[in-house]
Every structure is written in structure tokens, then in C-alpha cells.
Design a protein around this ligand. Sequence first.
Ligand code: TTP
Ligand code: CA
Ligand code: CA
Length: 650
Amino acid sequence: MSAKPPSHLKSLWKGKEKAAESELLDFEDLNPTITYRTLFAQNLGVRDPLRVIALCDSDAFYAACEMVRLDIPDKPLVVLQWQMLIAVNYPARKFGITRMMNVQEAKKLCPELEIIHVATYKEGEKEPGYWDNPDTRTHKVSLDLYRRESVKMLQMYKDGLPENAEIEKASIDEAFMDLTRPVRQIILDRYPYLAQVPEDALLGLDTPLPPPPPVSWEFGVLVPIDPSVEEEPEVPSTWHDVALSIGAECMEKVRQQISAKLGYTTSAGIARNKFLAKLCASYRKPMNQSILRNAAIPNYLKPMAFQKIRFLGGKLGKSLAGEYDVSTVADLLAISLDEMQNKFGEESIWIYEVLRGIDYTEGTAMFWLIDFRRPIQFVVKEKQTVNKSMLASKNLPQPITKVSEGYQWLRVLAAELALRLNEARETTPNLWPKTIVLSARNVKGMYGSLSPNSDSLISCSIAQDSRRSKQAPWPFVKEVTVDIVAAAADRLWKELADPHAPMKIIGISLGFTGVEGVESGLKSIDTFFKNPLKPTSKRALEEDLTESESDATTQRTIRNISKDLARASFVCSRCGQRSSLPPSATRTEEERQTALAMIQMEHEDFHLALDLSKAPDNVPPATKTGTDPKPKKKRRKESPHGIAKFFSKV
Ligand code: TTP
Ligand code: CA
Ligand code: CA
């Protein structure tokens, strides 16, 4: 009697057999019937059979930004962060240079290599710069240039694509475009005979569309339907192919505009959904766009090592590989939905679907955004709106062990934060953060170590790690200067850092939260407080009143305003200046009190900033601290379950 096969072999055998069985059933929705009803439907959303999505990604992005900044023509160039390469342009790739190589290795491969270290913030500088020999102990990496260029690109997508295209930023150098609506419009314009259901159509609106005209594929590279044969099999074109080709035309145009105006080359993928658009964007990089027709999906996906699919690359992928002894997408097709959901939870339906080229995600699914530097969460986010927080953080190679050692980093972080907010205000002038937050990570008894390629911490004892935060309301200030941000940060630092307790701070971050355009009820920050640092005179208040008011009304109003003035003002104990709120009939008492507290804080910050600029070592003199938020109750950390556990931080 033969021995039982080991369990992994058994599942392999089971898997392969099932794969063959189910082959015909998979990918069954690739050629859905398109009727007049579907063509005329206004909003079919993610299940629209004519859906066209593009993902556009910049080629060697950071390297390209540096080439444009320095006006360097096409020669081998790499961008360095400390000792590691983080971006390699395509001419340098020809020499075999890759990301994650160290700079010495790269130089050996190409002695004439142009090497640019990313800009860094240096203490005392308001703006990041390109310094000789930046040092992780004294400098902080700045990605501001790349962020700025990224914003410009996004704007060009918006300007260059038809108005009803939906554009969604997916990372610093890529964006998704939902071209479904404009493409449908173009189809109706180009093929006006589709605008009417033919009179003899038996099924009325439910009549399938007539066969499409031959499709021209001049814009882009086609992923082949069967890569094993040289000549394309005869597969009739579909209206979805027409839609894809029109999408490709739109993308070609906007990519050319970006290249001509900004100097960045890009690569795009065009397909029926986000997953496939992203996947095929790198099919022929650089400077190409690839089109994945529905008919080409099965042969494109099946031989793919499934762990190459981004969100299946990590712990989940390993677990799948271990469980079923499988390596390609085709192998995984054997696993039934029931089985997958039993093992990995209800939500794993999206893995099941994605393996079959189905992806109904509308907003930014988090798995696209898995960022090598951030904790991974398993959430499908709704469409991104305004970025509500801004954060500048630094992992410290040399821990802060004394309160006084913190100030240099606070200034560096303040410089970055001030710059970020001011840049954001260029496009949204009334942007105002509600809160400023300082957070520090303390490690007892050991040092953290830095990841060689990024600013991220790769080893520290989590058990001994503690994070403390302090926050305060952010005052209404028109000009957000480094000094003001640093002064607020210093104040929080003094609340947070305990000079009597052992201190080994290995990470520090300063952020704005609740960053929003001030709109409701407030026209602009400028008009809300005319000049919060200057007292508002009674005369000025009188001048605010309209001339048409009768004398009696005027008198009464002035009396009320004077009362308000007394209630809504404060006198600074340091300079004796009275600061007040301007009159406003609409503001409630509570709003007044909050607003006054803001002015007061801002005034104190103003003094702090002055003190700071005078103090020789940048250590602010002791002053009263601002609000002291109540200590938050400790929340028990829930351990993730189901599929989420594969996406949580170790
Ligand atoms: P990518 O789009 O992944 O790469 P790339 O634009 O450099 O090259 P490709 O042409 O292959 O798309 O990343 C965009 C930028 O993000 C990249 O230029 C540098 C930065 N980055 C890092 O800093 N570290 C990393 O590990 C990765 C992957 C990217
Ligand atoms: Ca890129
Ligand atoms: Ca990218």
C-alpha cells in the first residue's frame, strides 16, 4: 500500500486538476453583450461594460525631476538618498544599474554616472537644498521638488483630458483616469447611427449594438491575445475595443503635452479596470502606453507569478503559496470562492475576482497605495478629497537624550511643514490647519536602526517603544513662517519632553491636522481678522458701519460693539497691547471665545518667535504653555483578523 502523499503535494495535485476543469468557466464576462440601453445609461459605474481606465506612471520619476531641474540631457543619472539609489534613469539602467544598489557599485558600472543626492533640510535653512555630503545625523530628506512636479503633472492631466474624465492621484508619480464618460461621448459623436435604436430592432433598447467598425490601434502597444503565436488569432473586435482605442487616443495626447511642456516621459496602461490598467502600464516601459483588450486578459494573467501582483507579494502571497503550493495566477484559479473565503475571510472575494481580471474598485483601493515607507492598512478608501493632514517626520540616527537636543530637529521639521502649507495655500489660499501636533517615539534602553534606502526605521524593540504626542489649536495666521511653526513646536516639545525621565527619542514628527479651506461663514482668513496683532480701535469699528443706518441705530450698535470689544479682547502682559476681534453680528459667543483664544495664542507665538530669533542657541525662553489636552484613554490595540492580518505591521 502506498503512503499518503504529503499534504502540500496533495493540494498541488488537487489544484492542477481543478485548474484544468475550471479553465473554461474563468474569465467568462470578457465579452458582455452591449445594448443600446447600456450605451445610453448615464451612470453604470464600475460595472459599465464600456468602462475605460488608464493608469499613467512617470518614467524614473525622481531622476527625471532632477534632469529637468538641472537641464541635463539624456545621460545616465541616479538619485541618491544617503548611500542608496532610489531612482535610476533609463540610460543608467542600460549599464545594469538598479535601484537599491549602493553608489559605489553603480559607479563601477558606469564611471560617468551623474549622481544627485535628494534635497535635504538643514537646520537653520528655510528651504531644502542640495548640499555637499548631506548627513543623516544633521539633515532631513525633502521630497518637496517631486511633490511640486507631481502637482503640476496632475494639473496637466486635468487640463489635457476631456472635462468629464475623472482623475485620481494614486501616488507621487502616478494617477488613474476614468475615461468612461468622455469615451462614450466620443463614440456617440463618431458613430451617430448609434444614437437611435433602429426602428426594426425587435428588443428595443435591449437590442445589442451592431458589430463595431474595424478598430485602429495606432495609439499604443497591444498586449497580444495569444503570445505563443506570432500572428494574432482572428478575434472579432468589440465595442469595448473601440472604447479602449479612443481612451488610448486621449492618453497619447495628454502624455505628449506633458512631455513637451514639463519634460517628463510617462508610461500608461489602458484597460477595463484599475487593477489591469496598473498592471499593464509597465508592459513596455518607458515612453509607451499599453492596451489590454478583454480578449488578451486570460493569457496575460495566467502565466504571471501571482506574487508579482502587488498586494499578493507579501505575507498573504506567502501564505497562499504555502497553502496550495502554487506559483502562477492560473494555479490559483483552481481555488473556489468558498474555499478562499473560508481561509481568508469574506473580504477575500476581491482576490478571487482580481485573479480573473475583475476589479470593481472605484475609489483608491489601498492596495494600490501600498507604500514601501508606510504602514499597510487593508481598507478601500473612498475617493480622495482634500489632504487633511500634513506631516514632517524624521527618524533620528542619533537619539535625542536631552530636552535641549530636540530644538534643532523641531526647526528642521517646522521648515518643511511651513513650506508644505504655504505651497498648498498657493492653490487653496484659505487653507487653515486646525491643530498642530508633535509626536515623539521614545525607546528605552536601545537604539533604532535605519533602513538603508529610506528614512524608515527597520529595527527597534516595539515592546519597549512608546510614542507620546501633544497638540494645540493652530492660530489664524496669514503668514505661516518657519519661526511661528517652530515656536508652536517648541512649546509642545516642552510639554511633551520630561527632563527628569530617561529619554531616548528615535523618531519625531510634527504635523498639521484638519487642514481645510476655511469657507463656511468665513470669507477668508484675511477678512475674518483684519489684523489680529493690532488692536481694533473704536473709530475703526465705527467706520465699519454703513452710512444708511439711522443715528439711533448707530449709537446702539456702537454700544453693543463696545461691550463686545470689552468681552472679546485681551491685553498682553508682555507688551501691553490689546488685541480684539472685529465686530461681527453673525458670530456666536462660543465662536468668539475660540477665535479670541486663537488670537491670544498667535500673539504669544509672535513673542516666542521674536525670542527665538534673538536667542543665540535657538532655545526658547520659558513661557506659559498653551492648552494641555486631557490625556487620552489608552485604547487596546485590536489584533487584525481575516485577511487584514496579512496587511498589518509586524
Ligand atoms: P516608481 O514609479 O516605482 O519608479 P520610477 O518612477 O523611479 O521608475 P519607473 O520608470 O520604473 O516607474 O517610483 C516613483 C519614485 O518613487 C521613484 O522615482 C523614487 C521613489 N521611490 C523611492 O524613493 N523608493 C522606492 O523604493 C521606490 C519604489 C520608489
Ligand atoms: Ca514611475
Ligand atoms: Ca510609480
